[in-house]
Every structure is written in structure tokens, then in C-alpha cells.
Design a protein around this ligand. Structure first.
Ligand SMILES: Cc1cc2nc3c(=O)[nH]c(=O)nc-3n(C[C@H](O)[C@H](O)[C@H](O)COP(=O)(O)O)c2cc1C
Length: 213
């Protein structure tokens, strides 16, 4: 069996030429997301979200990208969870899309803000009923004595909401990360990778640079 800690993959032949990168990094991201999906990357919309707490300690976890619009990258969560509380106190956020199987990653830095309640309502209404009930049952990030207790809460909520729509919990909804930096990384042979970074200027215009690997 090979030792996973000493694996050394020489990455692909596909270059990221300056002439191939679109002027708008959000459009470039959409293109790469479509490429990742076409290449059957597992959960291509999974992104690692980093936040910082009141002591400036960083914390990372995966969430799912649910929409990209002019303002940025949207995901949904519990506003009272660790990440929710951290982002409300300090909106600085970073995202990583780790598309290892196609030798690509995208990094995003930005500012997170809650989306409009109507948007959260619409997305919540589109979720499977089981997920809607789970959003009520789980005080995300809080300790609980046992799984049985959680399953008991689910059973109670199923009875409570029987025969009617499950309303969105007040503390459940979306955030949008408005990007200030987006970097595209393409793995290349002999670790001479391509990195193209966009940084948003105060004017709103994107400045673009190539970084050393
Ligand atoms: C593939 C994957 C997708 C996930 N998507 C979400 C999501 O969209 N929203 C969410 O709140 N948690 C999601 N989670 C769970 C989070 O990683 C995390 O455990 C949870 O949100 C609690 O995080 P916190 O305590 O840092 O707030 C996902 C986990 C994985 C592995």
C-alpha cells in the first residue's frame, strides 16, 4: 500500500494562459465551476469557509455554494452557529474551492453579509422537508447529550408541523461573500504552477496579476 504522506503527483499539462483568463473573475469562476462539474468533481460547489473569532483565531469548515450573483458567493447556514456568530461580529471571510482531481483551486477573500430575508425564505422553501425539520431541530454548533435526544426533537417537530409547511427558523438563512480577491490556481508540471490573482480596487475595478507558484 502506498504511503499517502509521501505521494508526489506531477500535475497536469493544462496551462492557465493570461490570454485565456476572462477579464471578470466572477465569470472566470463560473467557467471553472462548469468545468469542474463536467469533469465529475465530487460536490464541485463545496467550499471551505474560514472565519475568525473574537480572539482572532481562525476556524474553517465546508459549506455548499448555492448561488453566485453580482454581489458574490451565497451559502446557507444557521446564524447562531459558530460561523454565523463569527461572521456577524466580523464579516471577514475566506473561501477555498479544492478541485484536486482536476488540479485546480480557487481562493476567495471577501466580506460576508446576511442576504435579504425573502431570499432565505425562498431557498428554505425549496429544501427537502427533512432538511427543513432538521434546521429547526438542531441548534447548530451547540453541544447535545446524545443523538437520541436530537432524533426525539425531530419526531416532536414532525408531529408539530404535520399537514403544513415548515416555516424558516428566524436564525437560519443565507450569507453572501462579496469578493475582494479571487485567485485561480492551475497545477502544472514540476511545481511550476499557474496562479492568476484578481484584487478589487477601491473603484470596484479588478486589478490582475500573475503570482509565482
Ligand atoms: C460537504 C459538506 C457540505 C456542507 N454544507 C454545509 C452548508 O451548506 N451549510 C452549513 O451550515 N453547514 C454545512 N456543512 C457542515 C459544516 O461543515 C459545519 O460542520 C457546520 O456548519 C457547523 O459549523 P460551525 O460550527 O463552524 O458553525 C457541510 C459539511 C460538508 C462536509
Amino acid at each position: 500500500m502506498s504511503d499517502p504522506l509521501s505521494q508526489h503527483t506531477d500535475y497536469g499539462q493544462l496551462p492557465l494562459n493570461d490570454s485565456d483568463v476572462l477579464a471578470d473573475p466572477v465569470e472566470q469562476f463560473r467557467l471553472w465551476l462548469a468545468n469542474a462539474s463536467d469533469a465529475d468533481v465530487y460536490e464541485p460547489n463545496a467550499m471551505v469557509l474560514s472565519t475568525v473569532d473574537a480572539d482572532s483565531s481562525p476556524c474553517s469548515r465546508t459549506v455548499l455554494l448555492r448561488a453566485i450573483d453580482n454581489s458574490g458567493f451565497e451559502f446557507f447556514t444557521n446564524y447562531s452557529s459558530n460561523k454565523g456568530r463569527e461572521l456577524i461580529a466580523n464579516p471577514a471571510a475566506a473561501l477555498v474551492f479544492p478541485w484536486y482531481s482536476i488540479h485546480r483551486q480557487v481562493l476567495v477573500q471577501g466580506v460576508a453579509r446576511p442576504v435579504a430575508a425573502l431570499l432565505s425564505d425562498a431557498y428554505f422553501a425549496s429544501r427537502p422537508r427533512g432538511s427543513q425539520i432538521a434546521a429547526h431541530a438542531s441548534e447548530q454548533s451547540q453541544p447535545i447529550a446524545s443523538r437520541t435526544l436530537l432524533e426525539g426533537r425531530v419526531a416532536e417537530l414532525e408531529a408539530e408541523f404535520e399537514g403544513r409547511d415548515v416555516p424558516r427558523p428566524d436564525d437560519w438563512g443565507g450569507f453572501v461573500v462579496e469578493p475582494t480577491m479571487i485567485e485561480f490556481w492551475q497545477g502544472r508540471s514540476s511545481r511550476l504552477h499557474d496562479r492568476v490573482r484578481f484584487v478589487r480596487a477601491a473603484s470596484g475595478k479588478w486589478d490582475r496579476m500573475r503570482l509565482q507558484p
